[in-house]
Design a protein. Structure first.
Lengths: 747, 171
């Protein structure tokens, strides 16, 4: 993140007068609040030695001036909506400036950077290179896409369009056929009012007396021609739509497949920063809106533009005055339609919003019906529903009445352009029958109706284009994101890990400016069972995440068998680590598929052996289809303890060298826990094990315990050693014993 | 069960005697609490019911989040301490009050706003209006912008007519 923002002229001048040259300034950050909390800029300026806080304005003023080396660390504390930046030394806190959450992030970064600046005289490149998450487009001020940070409106379109076209390149021949069908179909559309005209002029409203049989023959011929055109147009339509469907879906499939494959290989950290829902909508909605655009909007646009062009040429050559009468008022009508449409859309959106509120009450009251009844809150829920439902009713009435009032005039307006043609064209027909025939008049009437299609296309084109290109950009952004955790070029294959795990001065934060682990070091021998103890949020799971290399430490090293984890082939590493998590996940599939997830080629004996070792065989055999019973989503419901044992069987089958038990028994009852513990004891033999447990009794067979507090190792040693030490672990054990005694005597 | 052990440790609520609470801003700008013989520095303050009961149940904590005690009613402590605490709360619970809406521009389900607040004039952007503009109770509205900053309208009926007409389009 760049930490030097552009200073206003007055401030530059002011700093220069203070003897600060631009090249000495390493940090210049603007906060959006002043010391009273008003929206008014305040500046934080830092050189290698000094730190200044300036009040902005035509007359800058120094609020704080301090020497960096007098302070040990800096901290940006963020509350709700705002916070403050302070310098700390020896337990003393010096408030420097206030900010709102809009500018909070850069001060968090600055807190880390300032310490480095004081120590090393410069800010490390990787801090400056840290990606800045923009939420608003600097050009137009509207929000950017939260996943990609791209502004749909302002980003250049050319590159995206070219890249999009590359997806349909393999289908160029098909597209050529499609385009010719479109052109031909449009030609039919333009011609049919002309045939109509000739029919009227030569057979019905004839100017020169013509024998009846000739007129009848002509009538027959023209009707047949119209029939032919109709059938032809229908056939063209069928072919064109079939090709459309094929093309749109094929391209969609290509993009979707590529996207999903890429998503599978992105790092865990990618998913931390984004909501799964948002990423999912990339795969479902964005690809769909692309398909809609490629498959329907483009053909529609092309055909409507060609139609407009064809109609324009025909009309002008028939009668340019009437042509103008058709063409001129239509934009006005289009504009009105759009404006009214927007208002009505807003109202119906509100109706939709009220609907979802009604559904929310319905959902929570019915899903929680037991709670509602247990607390005797039926009447309150009913009154809540009444209120919301009434609100919905009112809004629906309002919206529908508005619709009822606006729509008829609009339709009337749309139907009134032909009146212009009837009047002015009719007048011409009566006064100068030589200039215009009745058939021509009739043709113009048809064209006034036909022009509505192109008008709609023109008003929508910007919208469609923007939406589709935005979707495309968001998809490409994902495809362009490299996985953060990758095999190093000189990655070492490690077919058989011994199981020695070492942390050397590891400092890590999911957000690197908010570290969760501080300088953690320990060494674990192969086959050792380690219990990780500490309150939630202390950093136990983080240690595990680093051992699995879901993340990489920002400082220090994680080593396995003495090799830096970043140098080990990912596939070798992950295939020899197994995790039994607190809430085991089962995939939609059969029991057999779930157990063999990490080893799809396992034999049936192996699967049964694993299930037996996991104490799962018995309950599996009680399921209706044994090992072939579908579980997971839409499958047979199984309990938490059963899921847990399936996860253990999965881990056993994988035969890992390093085993991680993350609260593996915390969600089950005592009887099940015993069964699971038995299974785990079998599983732990001969492997390096890291076990997290809140119930300290489950860690009884651990060789050593590591107590973590606030991201640091507080205590480390055997159960006995730690008890003798009478530190944190001792306190915890004492507390839990008291608790279980209370439980035992039935309090 | 370790969990519950920790909880028990913090579950004893210590309600502070309002006549003993003395909070002041000391050199450097951080807050210091003197409670009888006890002295705490620096302290942090937080509201238990920031939206519905901003003046009651204000928790005083040490810098690491350990609770010192709770003030039941801020009006019962001395004026100087009250002022200091409110000032501090304003820093860490920053919610500008909207006094006037100049305009709202919509585009593809997101919006830009220009408003006048008690903290000055501000332009901001929101995502989908129906997710960003929430009616907490009748006429009481909270708008959340893309940066996570919240703006409050305590009562839409107190807005100037034009501003009210604008906000009524969205709620």
């Amino acid at each position: 993140m760049p930490l030097k923002e552009e200073l206003p002229k007055e401030i530059q001048q002011f700093l220069f007068e203070q003897g600060l040259k631009d090249e000495d300034i390493h940090i210049a950050l603007q906060s959006d609040l002043d010391e009273e909390g008003k929206f008014s800029p305040t500046w934080l300026i830092a050189t290698k030695e000094r730190l200044l806080v300036l009040k902005d304005g035509s007359n800058p003023k120094i609020l704080h001036s301090l020497s960096l080396k007098d302070y040990g660390f800096f901290k940006a504390e963020v509350g709700i909506g705002g916070g403050f930046f302070a310098a700390h030394s020896d337990g003393k806190e010096r408030r420097l400036l206030r900010f709102s959450t809009a500018t909070a992030r850069k001060f968090q970064v600055a807190a880390t950077a300032l310490v480095k600046l004081a120590q090393e005289g410069s800010i490390p490149e990787d801090i400056l290179a840290e990606e800045e998450k923009r939420k608003v487009c600097p050009k137009c001020g509207f929000p950017v896409d939260p996943v990609s940070g791209i502004c749909a409106h302002c980003s250049p379109k050319g590159a995206v369009v070219r890249r999009l076209l590359s997806y349909i390149k393999p289908y160029y021949p098909t597209i050529m056929i499609l385009v010719s069908l479109l052109l031909l179909g449009t030609a039919f559309d333009v011609i049919s009012p002309l045939v109509n005209r000739n029919l009227i002029d030569s057979a019905l409203v004839v100017r020169q007396p013509t024998p009846t049989d000739v007129r009848l023959t002509l009538l027959k011929a023209y009707v047949l021609l119209m029939l032919g055109l109709g059938i032809g147009s229908m056939l063209l339509n069928i072919f064109q739509q079939r090709i459309n469907a094929f093309l749109g879906q094929t391209v969609l499939y290509d993009i979707r497949r590529q996207l999903f494959e890429h998503l599978q290989f992105l790092s865990v950290s990618y998913y931390d920063k984004r909501q799964v829902g948002a990423v999912m909508s990339r795969v479902t909605q964005d690809t769909s809106s692309l398909q809609e655009f490629l498959g329907w909007h483009i053909p529609f646009l092309v055909s409507q533009l060609v139609l407009l062009l064809g109609m324009g040429v025909v009309m002008i050559s028939l009668n340019w005055k009437l042509a103008l009468l058709v063409l001129v008022p239509t934009p006005i009508v289009a504009y009105l339609t759009r404006t009214i449409g927007r208002t009505i859309h807003r109202l119906f959106h509100r109706v939709w919003d009220r609907w979802s509120k009604v559904i929310a009450v319905l959902n929570s009251a019915l899903s929680g019906i037991r709670v509602v009844k247990a607390f005797a809150q039926e009447e309150r829920e009913a009154s809540r529903f009444r209120q919301r439902a009434y609100d919905l009713t009112q809004n629906t009435i309002w919206a529908e009445q508005l619709w009822a009032t606006y729509m008829p005039p609009l339709f009337f307006l749309l139907g009134s352009t032909p009146l212009l043609i009837w009047y002015f064209g009719g007048k011409q027909y009566i006064l100068n029958p030589n200039q215009i025939s009745f058939g021509t008049l009739q043709a113009f009437i048809s064209y006034t109706f036909m022009i509505l299609g192109p008008i709609r296309a023109v008003t929508q084109v910007i919208n469609w284009l923007n939406r589709a290109l935005a979707a495309a950009e968001r998809i490409f952004e994902i495809l362009d994101t490299p996985p953060e955790v990758l095999d190093a070029e000189d990655a070492i294959p490690m077919p058989r890990i011994q199981g020695k795990v070492e942390f050397r001065n590891v400092t890590f934060g999911y957000d690197r400016f908010l570290p969760v682990l501080h300088n953690v070091s320990f060494e674990v021998q192969p086959g050792e069972i380690i219990g990780l103890v500490g309150r939630s949020g202390a950093g136990k799971t983080t240690i595990i995440n680093l051992i699995c290399r879901f993340y990489e430490a920002q400082e220090g090293q994680v080593l396995i068998d003495g090799v830096d984890i970043r140098k080990i082939k990912l596939k070798d590493l992950r295939s020899q680590i197994a995790i039994v998590p607190q809430d085991a996940y089962v995939f939609a599939g059969t029991v057999r598929e779930n157990i063999a997830y990490g080893k799809p080629d396992a034999t049936l004996e192996e699967i049964i052996e694993a299930a037996k070792a996991a104490n799962a065989h018995e309950f599996i055999m009680n399921l209706p289809y044994g090992y072939d019973t579908p579980i997971g989503e839409r499958g047979v419901m199984i309990s938490g303890g059963e899921r847990q044992r399936i996860a253990i069987a999965r881990a056993i089958l994988k035969d890992p060298r390093i085993l991680i038990l993350d609260e593996a028994t915390s969600l089950v009852d005592t009887e099940t826990e015993k069964q699971i513990q038995e299974a785990l004891d079998r599983l732990m033999k001969g492997r390096t094990v890291f076990a997290i447990a809140h119930r300290l009794s489950t860690l009884s067979n651990a060789h050593r315990l590591i107590v973590i507090e606030d991201g640091r190792i507080a205590e480390m040693g055997t159960h006995k050693e730690l008890l003798k030490k009478k530190g944190i672990y001792y306190q915890l054990v004492k507390l839990q014993r008291e608790m279980s005694r209370l439980v035992a005597i039935g309090v | 069960m370790l969990q519950s052990a920790f909880e028990r440790e913090t579950s004893q609520i210590r309600v502070l005697d309002p006549s003993l609470v003395k909070v002041s801003r000391v050199e450097g700008g951080a807050l210091e609490l003197r409670y009888g013989e006890e002295v705490y520095y620096p302290i942090r303050v937080k509201r238990a019911f920031p939206l519905t009961n901003p003046e009651n149940y204000i928790v005083l904590m040490k810098e690491n989040g350990k609770q010192i005690g709770m003030i039941e009613d801020i009006n019962k402590i001395d004026e100087e301490s009250k002022r200091t605490i409110l000032e501090e709360l304003d820093t860490v619970f920053f919610v500008p009050q909207i006094k006037k809406i100049f305009w709202v521009k919509d585009r593809f389900g997101s919006s830009r706003w220009k408003v006048e607040t008690d903290r000055g004039i501000k332009e901001f952007a929101t995502g989908s209006i129906h997710e960003s503009v929430k009616e907490v109770e009748d006429g009481h509205i909270i708008i959340t912008d893309t940066e996570g900053l919240q703006y409050e309208i305590k009562d839409i009926n107190e807005l100037p007519p034009k501003s009210r007409a604008i906000i009524l389009r969205y709620v």
